[in-house]
Design a protein around this ligand. Structure first.
Ligand SMILES: Cc1cc2nc3c(=O)[nH]c(=O)nc-3n(C[C@H](O)[C@H](O)[C@H](O)COP(=O)(O)OP(=O)(O)OC[C@H]3O[C@@H](n4cnc5c(N)ncnc54)[C@H](O)[C@@H]3O)c2cc1C
Length: 402
């Protein structure tokens, strides 16, 4: 059994873990990254694509965004379609001209891995963490290959199903969870985008989403009933349903080979506080959010920035208050994103079965939300702030508690 010491052991080489590793390494803090996947697996996993402005600004400030600027695209608005009508929300205009970005998650992971390794950082690939525990003011991490890492701090950034959250005793935290009443079939197709922006469609058959990934790849989401499996959705049925739900006079859907197809259960979870002793939870390890609104990776990177700042402050001060600060600052931001994601989900989805007593009432509430988004500048500005995300340095007064 080998034994090694480092200041910060980072569990997971996803967006959260790799951002932490880069920021701390650049500030001279000793780090080591462990991930159960190979490098090829890490850079091949397609998930998110929508980047908040603060995410790009953070990567920019740390010299990590040059390829993103060259290959990513700026987005300033999105389109809503419902019951034969459509409107475009110029959310950037509602938020002082601040834009959004589209750049696939696997490209961010590639850039962060390249930067960290080029700077001399170490990633242990194909190294699964089995357990994490607090011991004498340190964190001890045991891996499946027998390696044991002792560190002054651990960044538990190993995602929704990782080991780090099991290192926190259940009585030390409160877990808030929600199973949503909606389900998606989420797809990637070799198809050129059919619009220059994201399209959200509300239809009696269910929600449909068109999201850009690149000039040749488009992501689509289709709301499907509970009980449906991938086998119920052959490609011809998918394209028919996308054409129906996204229909707009004079508009054509670009089709192509579907190369990724998954059923997504909608689950949300928040763990409070996001720290136990020197073990900190980051990203999906701390909170799970529905993909509606594109918030998960952005929250993961915001957690990483705050954690890096916390470590640097604590190394200087040794003050427990500096450790508390991490969760105190991150939790309100996480709930703000949860609230937005939930509201967007309920604004665009169909309540199956449509003959339930309150389905018609809830559908009318949805239409009112869309009507307000189209006609009320105050409503649209709030949407814009949530969609684009808060400023990198936080909303004014963000440190104040309720
Ligand atoms: C279809 C879809 C679309 C999405 N779209 C968006 C979007 O547009 N915008 C957005 O912001 N978010 C989006 N998300 C969410 C986003 O992908 C996640 O929130 C994000 O990946 C979280 O990053 P993370 O670093 O916390 O965790 P992860 O990306 O899950 O990384 C965790 C890492 O830990 C490793 N790991 C796990 N267990 C262990 C272990 N035991 N030992 C060692 N390593 C381990 C994993 O291999 C992985 O590399 C989307 C998600 C989905 C599914």
């Amino acid at each position: 059994m080998s034994k090694a010491d480092t200041t910060v052991v980072v569990l997971g080489a996803g967006p959260a873990g790799l951002t932490v590793a880069n920021l701390l390494h650049a500030r001279g803090v000793d780090t080591v990254v462990l991930d159960r996947c190979t490098r090829e697996q890490l850079v091949g996993r397609s998930r998110a694509g929508l980047l908040e402005h603060r995410t790009v600004e953070l990567l920019d400030r740390n010299g990590l965004a040059s390829r993103l600027h060259a290959e990513g695209t700026v987005h300033r608005g999105c389109e809503f379609r419902s019951a034969g009508t459509s409107f475009f929300t110029d959310y950037s205009a509602h938020y002082g001209g601040t834009p959004h970005w589209v750049y696939p998650q696997q490209e961010i992971v590639t850039d962060l891995l390249d930067a960290y390794e080029a700077a001399g950082g170490t990633v242990h690939y194909a190294t699964a963490v089995e357990s994490v525990r607090a011991e004498s003011g340190q964190v001890v991490v045991e891996c499946a290959d027998g390696a044991v890492w002792r560190a002054d701090y651990a960044a538990g950034a190993d995602g929704q199903h990782g080991a780090s959250k099991h290192g926190v005793p259940v009585e030390a935290v409160t877990e808030y969870t929600m199973q949503h009443e909606f389900r998606w079939l989420t797809l990637l197709a070799h198809a050129a985008p059919s619009a220059e922006h994201t399209v959200y469609a509300q239809h009696e058959n269910g929600f449909a989403g068109h999201l850009l990934r690149s000039d040749t790849v488009t992501r689509f989401h289709l709301q499907i009933p509970f009980g449906d499996t991938i086998e119920d959705w052959p490609d011809e049925r998918i394209w028919t349903e996308l054409r129906t739900r996204l229909a707009k006079p004079g508009w054509t859907l670009n089709e192509g080979e579907i190369f990724s197809k998954n059923v997504l259960e909608m689950e949300s979870r928040v763990t409070e506080p996001m720290r136990h002793g020197r073990l900190f939870l980051l990203g999906d390890a701390a909170h799970v959010i529905t993909p509606s609104g594109g918030k998960g990776m952005n929250l993961a990177i915001a957690d990483a920035a705050e954690f890096a700042e916390t470590v640097v402050r604590h190394l200087r001060s040794g003050s427990e208050a500096d450790l508390d600060r991490y969760s105190q600052l991150r939790v309100p931001d996480v709930w703000k994103a949860q609230e937005f994601s939930h509201a967007l989900l309920h604004m665009m989805h169909t309540y199956y079965p449509s003959d339930s007593p309150d389905a018609a009432f809830r559908q009318k509430l949805q239409q009112s939300r869309l009507w307000q988004l189209r006609n009320s500048p105050a409503y649209a500005r709030n949407f814009a702030e949530n969609y684009i995300g808060p400023p990198l340095d936080g909303l004014p007064g963000a440190e104040a508690q309720l």
